[in-house]
Design a protein around this ligand. Structure first.
Ligand code: NAP
Length: 352
């Protein structure tokens, strides 16, 4: 099968499409013919070398989420999964390929009315956003700031917080036009990446950006406010985060990290199913920046590194269903002025 591998960590040019053996389907696993492969911010973080692990070496197939059809099941897996359309978490690697394996507890059936491209946009991001807000003990009426809101996690967090009755939903973003798009999705205040005037105070900050500015955002928490660090798009925070928290001791602020890994698989699957249903009803929008073929994975990463992506780029797998259902609430970048989308042309060979 064809797969994208990272030959050299760092620049996107270190990725290439090669022929590799189709992965074996082990006990408790399913094999999926991929239709849509999500290009997540975490893939870029891994490719750049920000996250290092001993099992991340040359030859790594990046990608952690795919949607497609189950073509084989391993020992111990209910055979009725075969031929079903599913979303799957493949771990920290293995997604950018024509075939991917996933543990059965990490797959979610697609409801009717949700395309594989939408599923690959929402499956991980919306689940992270949902549980990050829960981890922050967010409740209706509270003000929320989403840092790094222009990616899939942030876009989902904005929509979920707005629908849950947030008092205000502020976002940080890098341009007026991106801010306008976020307003359409539920943001009430658009701030630049520095967060604007320091006197603004938020009950909850969902921080996907991370990096050296995290201490400055601790200063933007209200009394009893909670900052939940979800991502490291701008790198890991500096070590003075704890000092900044202590300097405001009398404000009773909290700083927490959140990883979806800490949520049991059954709970993740339940929340994801509910979000897929919400999206199929049109209550949660999948924002698809573009759909590119597998062999343009490096181009997808180049666009992410250049900060051009709003929402998610999806790689179209080789295996396309006869008919992808039209989507109700989804948004492609082509809907926005000054951006372009090939969704509806290249991916399925038909106009939406
Ligand atoms: N906690 C978990 O369980 C979990 C799960 C999956 C992924 N993650 C993490 O989440 C992150 C990826 O999320 P994503 O795909 O939604 O994000 P993303 O698309 O990679 O980036 C989100 C936004 O961050 C903004 N940004 C970029 N560089 C920035 C900088 N230097 N300072 C401030 N803002 C900056 C950009 O928006 P603007 O240009 O509009 O500012 C960008 O659109 C990764 O760090 C990944 O490791 C966490």
């Amino acid at each position: 099968m064809r797969a994208v591998v990272i030959h050299e960590f760092g620049d996107p040019s270190g990725m290439a499409v090669v022929e590799v053996p189709t992965p074996a389907t082990g006990p408790g696993q399913v094999l999926i013919a991929t239709e849509a492969i999500g290009v997540g911010g975490v893939d870029a973080v891994i490719r750049r070398g920000t996250i290092r692990r001993t099992d991340f070496g040359p030859g790594l197939i990046p990608g952690s989420e795919v949607a497609g059809t189950v073509v084989a099941v391993g020992d111990g897996v209910d055979p009725s999964w075969k031929d079903r359309q599913v979303w799957a978490f493949t771990g920290m690697s293995g997604g950018y390929a024509e075939m991917a394996v996933a543990a059965v507890e990490d797959i979610t059936a697609l409801p009717s009315g949700l395309s594989s491209i939408e599923a690959a946009t929402l499956g991980s991001a919306a689940t992270v956003a949902h549980f990050a807000l829960r981890h922050a003990h967010f409740s209706a009426g509270e003000s929320v700031l989403v840092r790094g809101a222009g990616g899939s996690i942030g876009i989902a967090a904005v929509q979920i917080a707005a629908r849950a009755g947030a008092g205000a939903v502020a976002v940080t973003t890098s341009s007026q036009s991106r801010g306008d798009r976020l307003r359409e999705l539920g943001a009430t205040n658009v701030l630049n990446r520095t967060g604007g005037p320091a006197e603004a105070a938020y009950d909850v900050i969902i921080d996907i950006a991370g990096g050296p500015d995290v201490p400055d955002f601790i200063d933007r928490l209200a009394a009893n406010g909670r900052l939940v660090l979800v991502g490291a798009v701008a790198g890991m925070p500096t070590m003075d985060v704890g000092a900044r928290l202590l300097q405001s001791f009398q404000q009773s602020r909290s700083l927490a990290t959140f990883s979806l890994d800490s949520i049991p698989a059954a709970q993740r699957g339940q929340a994801r199913s509910e979000q897929f249903e919400a999206s199929a009803r049109g209550d949660l929008r999948a924002v698809i920046h573009d759909v590119l073929p597998l062999d343009q994975a490096a181009e997808a990463h180049r666009r992410m590194d250049a900060g051009e992506v709003f929402g998610r780029i999806v790689l179209a797998g080789e295996h396309q269903p006869a008919d992808q259902p039209d989507s109700r609430g989804s948004t492609t970048a082509g809907s926005w002025p000054g951006t372009r989308s090939e969704y509806g042309r290249s991916a399925h060979g038909r106009q939406r």
